[in-house]
Design a protein around this ligand. Structure first.
Ligand SMILES: [Mg+2]
Length: 204
């Protein structure tokens, strides 16, 4: 399989609302999302992800979930949230997301099994590198969208320098998508359908 280009997507405050939510019960804290019922896509995310998939880009979520190390949520809780994210990012029964990777480790946790620094924890590039291997992704043609400097650092450490977009005050998710689509030279293919034959009259 020819490696595909991808867009790596941070989760919290990039795809779904997080900071604006009320603080969850301790030991989780403000900025942690622990309740699947609170999963809400941010404006422009569904359309933006659909456009990226349509352009032939794989979509991979990479998210630090140190809340697990701090005992505020279990891996099963985080998986339940990710089921909601996949459901919210589905079109006509097809999920737009190719993979979700999360890092449960944190150097200052409460649970010993998750209390350590780890190569998956952004700004380290481990999740991106693992996804590239497991999902056969071409990092030399891939992009990243995130709302925090550590997202950008992780992308740059994985070799995506110049192709990482920080969203927030100066750039919306939709603008980031437009920027990526203007840079990709890939012909339009449906991200949700099997590969199509070339149009008639096109050289093989
Ligand atoms: Mg974030």
């Amino acid at each position: 399989m020819t490696p595909r280009p991808a867009v790596f997507l941070d989760r919290d405050d990039t795809l779904i609302e997080c900071r604006a939510l009320p603080a969850p019960p301790p030991p989780a804290a403000h900025g942690d999302l622990t309740d699947p019922d609170l999963v809400r896509l941010l404006p422009g995310v569904l359309d933006g992800c659909a456009s990226l998939r349509k352009a032939g880009l794989a979509l991979v979520v990479i998210t630090n979930q140190g809340v697990i190390a701090r005992g505020g949520a279990s891996p099963a809780d985080v998986e339940r949230i990710h089921d909601r994210v996949r459901h919210a990012l589905s079109v006509n029964g097809g999920c737009l997301i190719d993979g979700i990777y999360y890092c449960p480790f944190h150097p200052r946790g409460l649970l010993p099994e998750y209390t350590k620094e780890h190569s998956w924890r952004k700004p380290a590039p481990g999740m991106i590198q693992t996804a590239a291997t497991e999902l056969s992704l071409d990092l030399s043609r891939s992009y990243l969208i995130g709302d925090a400097p550590r997202d950008i650092e992780a992308g740059e450490a994985a070799g995506l320098k110049g192709r990482c977009i920080l969203i927030g005050t100066d750039c919306t998710f939709t603008q980031a998508v437009t920027q990526i689509l203007s840079q990709t030279a890939h012909p339009t293919t449906s991200g949700l359908s099997p590969a199509r034959s070339p149009p008639r009259g096109t050289a093989p």
